[in-house]
Design a protein around this ligand. Structure first.
Ligand code: MN
Length: 133
């Protein structure tokens, strides 16, 4: 079973997303970028679902950092944010996110899971992110 790291500071959002992901994936959670970095020193998730708005280091900064590190660059990262403007989506893609899901999650749970499964299979290196439309 694929392991997903969910980085999300808001307890309600964390529970909502976890409850959906658990249908199909093993889920570990971090409440901040700093906690995620600590977690990643000893774990290798198959995908990271990354809230963009985090206290302290935000999700974009953490994504850039993980993409710049050869140890973590291949882990696909899916952005998660309440901001739905094209500019926000572009920033997430530029940082290295393979997909970007807006909150609240309006997809039905199985569409959401399918989307995550699709990103799990996507090439996730920096070149792959740069060449994606
Ligand atoms: Mn947040």
């Amino acid at each position: 079973m694929a392991l997903i790291l969910l980085v999300e500071d808001h307890p309600m959002n964390r529970k909502l997303v976890r409850d959906i992901l658990q249908f199909q994936f093993e889920v570990n959670e971090s409440v901040s970028a700093e906690e995620a970095l600590h977690y990643l020193e000893s774990h290798r998730p198959d995908l990271i679902l990354m809230d963009i708005q985090l206290p302290g280091m935000d999700g974009l900064a953490l994504t850039r950092r993980l993409k710049a590190d050869p140890v973590t660059t291949d882990i696909p990262i899916v952005g998660l944010s309440a901001h739905a403007m094209q500019r926000d989506i572009d920033l997430a893609r530029e940082a290295g996110c393979v997909d970007y899901i807006t909150k609240p999650i309006t997809d039905d749970p199985f569409t959401f899971l399918e989307r995550i499964a699709h990103s799990l299979a996507a090439p996730a290196g920096p070149d792959a992110a740069a060449s994606r439309p």
